[in-house]
Design a protein around this ligand. Structure first.
Ligand code: CP
Length: 319
């Protein structure tokens, strides 16, 4: 059975909390958990996971709860409006109390600073289940899907099509950096990835052999890409920009014509939920060049590996 022997962070707030070696080991563990889902059934028997959601979720919510169950834990899903957190209690006070009941806490929220506040106040691992700037749990599933399909990650080229400011893009960029991948990000002007996030990725890529290039034309981005990531045009936190985003991102769509400009082996990625006919077509999503359903399925074993790694490490540190 694979063991995670690298440096394990107290919390998983962003992909870069995992160094490249540890990230690879977590993916190895996820792969083993996918092959033997109940092989770790007793490992966290009696432990409890709290899952706070301030935004809707299907995949993250169900994969985390099922992952906890497969490790012998119970999961408690907490919607913000049903908690005192939604009625004036502070993030720090809430987290402090929950730390005394639970073994780990996941949170889906708006501002990334909320996740950081929780991590500061918690005495248990905190896992980012999506903030406006990072979505690390998604990226682990993306990497596992790519590794399963292509066999290796280092040296491969991926393209990200659309909003380069999104949490999915930020985390996928960090995942590519840790894996020694080359990433082409095609965005309209004004939707480029944040300079600090690019800088952090470039620093890591100097060590791992990866690279990142910004461009405006999707056709240029996919020319050498084995993986083509389609991004939602109007995310949950940007509904007020719907008209402008729909117009400015209209040409940023992953369809058969775009994939035909990529190498023959190219596969499409999407974090879901998809807006069929907008950022990705049904022909691609449901066709032979889609890795999307495997990405979604891999949310479960990667969540299982993250929970197991962080909670067992926290217990060892506390002993
Ligand atoms: N990709 C993703 O995070 O899906 P949910 O919003 O359904 O959790």
């Amino acid at each position: 059975r694979p063991a995670v022997t690298g440096k394990v962070p107290d919390d998983l707030l962003r992909v870069s909390d995992l160094d490249p070696g540890t990230l690879g080991q977590v993916l190895d563990l996820a792969g083993a958990m996918k092959r033997e889902p109940l092989g770790w059934e007793r490992s966290l028997h009696g432990a409890a996971l709290g899952c706070i959601f301030e935004k809707p979720s299907t995949r993250t919510r169900v994969s985390l709860a099922t992952a906890a169950h497969r490790l012998g834990m119970s999961a408690i899903v907490l919607n913000r409006d049903e908690m005192q957190l939604g009625h004036g209690e502070t993030v720090a006070d809430t987290t402090r109390v929950l730390s005394s009941y639970l073994d780990a806490l996941t949170v889906r929220t708006f501002e990334h600073s909320t996740v950081e506040q929780m991590a500061d106040a918690a005495t248990i691992p905190v896992i980012n289940a999506l903030s406006n700037t990072h979505h690390p749990c998604q990226s682990l599933a993306d990497l596992l899907a790519l590794r399963e399909h292509f066999g290796t990650l280092a040296g491969m080229t991926a393209a990200f099509i659309g909003d380069g400011t999104s949490n999915t893009c930020n985390s996928f960029l960090a995942a590519c950096a840790a894996s020694g991948m080359h990433l082409n990000i095609a965005t309209p002007p004004g939707y480029e990835t944040d300079e600090d996030i690019l800088g952090e990725a470039r620093e890591l890529m100097a060590q791992t052999g990866g690279s990142v290039s910004l461009m405006t034309e999707p056709a240029d981005a996919v020319r050498a890409a084995q993986a083509v990531y389609a991004e939602v045009r109007v995310p949950m936190d940007k509904q007020q920009e719907e008209a402008e985003r729909t117009r400015r991102l209209a040409a940023y769509r992953v369809d058969d014509a775009l994939l035909d400009r990529a190498p023959r082996e190219a596969m499409a990625l999407h974090c879901l939920p998809a807006h069929r006919g907008q950022e990705i077509t049904s022909e691609v999503l449901d066709g032979p060049r889609s890795l999307v359903w495997r990405q979604a399925a891999n949310r479960l074993p990667t969540a299982q590996a993250v929970l197991h790694t962080l909670i067992t490490t926290a217990r060892q540190r506390a002993a």
